[in-house]
Design a binder for this molecule. Structure first.
Ligand code: SF4
Length: 305
């Protein structure tokens, strides 16, 4: 049975998620429910369920929201079309889009205005990608893999490359290399954020020393899924779980060293029961494996009355 637990650092909440959660938390304290949120405020089932119990209503379209209601936009960002729809319905908007996602929107918008075709490296259909693509829908092509790059038409315009913030660092490098080969003059912005980069580096480090890695995070959390993939990519057995209820104790059989990490939308409270359970099973050494110190903080978004 395991005797050592390696804790990836950093892991869990990033500055953008803290900002989005804090703002919805404050609005729910201050105003009468229902408070609407466009898309899940962050991609974590436990966080979202907790807000739902307090009166938050998560919607997929603006048409679901009654005129004049309070609405919070999620950390993943929204397209200008959604902003316009919210204005038409006189919604009282708080935009909790992570500033690092906003930066990608601005890059894509400017590139299209300057006459480029935008290649958006990311996962088609992900909330963040839908929002970024909305800045210049007619000029933007989403590419996920090097194979997708081969299918991109020339279009006669120079290419400008932006990325989703929560991608695999390694997979993105391969896709960008394919773009550079096909379009040597392409202007490249790699927008994978500090939190994604640091969490992937930390999980790789623990995976190289562990017999088993557990990543806490929801299935719709891009960065959590990437962490499991990065850990598994080292050859170590790696599972992603939403919480301890999904941990199968048989995973620990024959395992001496366990590694634990969590996606950027995961509170530490979801890791505590897993750590306590491992202690009860005989883990005596708990070692933080630190690859980076994070000091990033974002100012809260504007709250109009
Ligand atoms: Fe912002 Fe990165 Fe966190 Fe997404 S993962 S909310 S881009 S800091």
């Amino acid at each position: 049975m395991p005797h050592t637990l390696l804790l990836a650092e950093p892991r869990g909440f990033c500055a953008g998620v803290v900002r989005a959660i804090d703002v919805l938390d404050e609005v729910l304290d201050r105003e009468e429910p229902p408070i609407y949120a466009f898309h899940e405020i962050v991609h974590n089932r436990h966080v979202v369920d907790g807000f739902r119990e307090r009166g938050a209503v998560f919607v997929e379209t603006i048409a679901e929201v009654p005129e004049g209601s309070r609405i919070v936009f999620s950390a993943h960002g929204i397209s200008p079309q959604v902003v316009a729809e919210a204005e038409e319905r006189n919604l009282r908007v708080i935009d909790a889009t992570c500033p690092l996602v906003t930066k990608v929107h601005l890059e894509a918008k400017k590139a299209a205005k300057d006459g480029f075709d935008v290649l958006l490296v990311g996962h088609e259909g992900h909330d963040e990608v839908v929002g970024t693509k909305g800045e210049a829908p007619d000029r933007t092509t989403v590419v996920d893999t090097p194979e997708d790059v081969a299918a991109v038409g020339d279009g006669g315009r120079e290419k400008f490359v932006v990325t989703q913030t929560t991608l695999s660092v390694d997979d993105t490098a391969a896709t960008i290399a394919a773009i550079q080969e096909r379009f040597p003059n392409a202007e490249i912005r790699n927008d994978i954020c500090y939190a994604t980069t640091n969490r992937q580096a930390a999980v790789r480090e623990i995976a190289e020393r562990a017999d088993l890695v557990i990543v806490v995070g929801s299935a719709n959390s891009s960065n959590s899924v990437r962490l499991q993939e990065v850990a598994a990519g080292t050859g170590t057995t790696a599972y992603r779980v939403d919480g301890i209820s999904e941990v199968d104790p048989s995973w620990y059989e024959g395992v001496e060293v366990v590694g634990l990490s969590a996606g950027a939308s995961v509170p530490d409270s979801l890791l505590d029961p897993i750590i306590d359970d491992l202690r009860a099973r005989g883990v005596t050494t708990i070692e933080p494996v630190v690859v980076a110190e994070e000091t990033v903080e974002f100012r809260p978004p504007e709250v109009a009355s």
